[in-house]
Write a protein that binds this ligand. Structure first.
Ligand code: ACM
Ligand code: ZN
Length: 489
């Protein structure tokens, strides 16, 4: 079988029926015959037959049909002819995500649509939309207008140590724009999972409403990266009232039955000193501030559960030891192995290991091959635990991604590599073959308006890759490029 005929992700079963060339690439999508076949058994699965001068697509559900067309689109693009074949396909993981951080830098609706089109081409099916952080609040919330009036604007941008732009930077999505993105994704079988990051990474919210923090003191929307000590007060009822009212509006906007509530990088300095937080710990018989975070997250998880919504949290929230079972955990940096233990005990986990799946890192540090070859089913998982790995997600943090061209450069080909891990069985994966298939898809990606990083950047063997690694190493000695647990401000 000539794999170069095929697409990214590599389909799971394909057999060539004969040597004949039956169709030219002038065959148009309208000429494809589509039928439903419940026997296919997977809502995202499909069968393509190219036989007797015809293309037939069979699927059990509309998503499968959509994916069949993505496969055909890639196969036909630039091909002079297609061989007679039968191709049966379905994904290995139900969750194949991409995250874009729109807080550190803001991306327009049109730019996001291009990223969504690109994701759909590679059969990604979850858009994790990081909407709030220390450097900006990006979602309109009617009950708290200052979140966008104050919280969406910062006085400069100082993510690289050398220079602060000194220019006001801002932006947010109106509710109409959010609905537009949600509709756009729905048409492409992509679920949008919004993230409202709490109780840490909330400087922008506190800048707008200082009463939300333990000290209640005014702070700015942050202009640089890092981890900040001012977080939401977990001891005052007014904080929970705020969070619940924000989430009510988020639930109304997003049809997804999943909301990400963060839980990462929340320093406990303020909570340990705050009389309200200490009183809450005493009342709830909680012995330390990590336990208080568990209490905080659990109240929010319960609130969402009562509304039929499942919460996702970053793995940091597991440190409390008392996190409710219903929440899905997103594993990014888990030195304690909490996420694997959670999966082995029945909890859902999404894998986003930072050293492989953080797309903001330079290619010199995280070469394509490293991302591509990462196996989300780590050996410590039991057989039952493996079943609880929902899938994979690539994270595109944007402290160092100031514009759309850079976003595309960091994202591709990496998102496509993660898409293949999420879709294709491990034994059908091969980095060299992937690189060829990805290159074949580049004209389609560029038609969408997404320009990937140039070929020379992907590989640690390439000169650009090696120079990138050296540059990165020198910079990271004294920089916040790598997420650093100790970089607390
Ligand atoms: C994270 O990178 N703080 C989830
Ligand atoms: Zn407090």
């Amino acid at each position: 079988m000539d794999e170069t005929l095929f697409c990214v992700p590599n389909p799971n079963h394909a057999c060539r029926k004969g040597e004949g060339v039956y169709l030219t690439a002038s065959y148009r999508p309208e000429q494809v015959k589509t039928t439903r076949d419940p026997a296919i058994g997977h809502p995202e699965g499909y069968r393509i037959r190219i036989q007797h001068g015809e293309i037939t697509v069979e699927s059990a559900a509309p998503a499968g049909e959509f994916y069949a067309f993505q496969t055909l689109r890639q196969m036909m693009h630039g091909a002079r002819a297609l061989p007679e074949l039968c191709l049966c396909d379905e994904p290995v993981f139900p969750y194949r995500g991409f995250m874009i951080d729109c807080a550190r830098h803001f991306f327009t609706v049109d730019e996001l649509k291009k990223m969504i089109d690109a994701a759909a081409l590679y059969k990604l099916n979850k858009f994790h939309w990081h909407l709030t952080d220390d450097q900006g609040w990006r979602i309109q919330i009617d009950s708290f207008p200052l979140l966008t009036q104050i919280g969406s604007r910062r006085a400069g941008s100082h993510f690289n140590r050398e220079k602060n732009t000194g220019e006001e930077y801002g932006g947010f999505y109106t509710k109409d724009q959010i609905r537009e993105i949600v509709d756009y994704c729905t048409q492409r079988f992509i679920e949008v999972i919004p993230e409202i990051d709490i109780p840490g990474h909330t400087s922008a919210a506190i800048a707008a409403y200082p009463h939300l923090s333990c000290t209640q003191e005014a702070i700015p929307v942050r202009i640089c990266g890092g981890i900040f000590r001012d977080i939401l007060c977990a001891g005052r009822e007014s904080t929970y009232d705020f969070v619940f009212r924000v989430l009510d509006e988020v639930i109304e906007l997003f049809p997804s039955k999943r909301i990400h509530i963060g839980g990462d990088e929340a320093p406990k300095d303020r909570w340990n000193k705050c009389p309200h937080c200490r009183a809450a710990m005493e009342r709830e018989h909680i012995t330390d501030a990590e336990g208080l975070q568990g209490y905080f997250m659990n109240r929010v998880i319960d609130y969402l559960t009562a509304k039929g919504v499942r919460a996702t949290v970053w793995n940091d929230a597991l440190k409390s030891g008392n996190l409710k079972n219903g929440a899905t955990v997103q594993m990014w940096m888990d030195r304690g192995g909490y996420s694997v233990r959670r999966a082995n005990r029945g909890g859902q986990v999404v894998v986003s290991d930072f050293s492989h799946y953080y797309m903001d890192y330079p290619y010199g540090l995280t070469p394509l091959e490293k991302t591509y070859n990462y196996r989300p089913l780590v050996p410590e998982l039991t057989f039952a635990g493996e079943k609880n790995i929902l899938g994979v997600e690539g994270e595109l943090w944007t402290e160092h991604v100031p514009d759309f061209a850079r976003l595309c450069y960091q994202a591709y080909p990496r998102f496509a590599a993660i898409a293949e891990t999420g879709w294709t069985r491990a034994e059908r994966k091969n980095i060299y073959n992937f690189e060829r298939r990805f290159q074949k898809s580049i004209p389609l990606l560029e038609e969408i308006g997404v320009t990937p990083a140039p070929l020379g950047e992907w590989s640690p063997r390439g000169l650009a890759g090696r120079l990138g690694a050296a540059r990165f190493f020198l910079r990271s000695i004294n920089a916040d490029t790598v997420k650093n647990q100790l970089d607390i401000k």
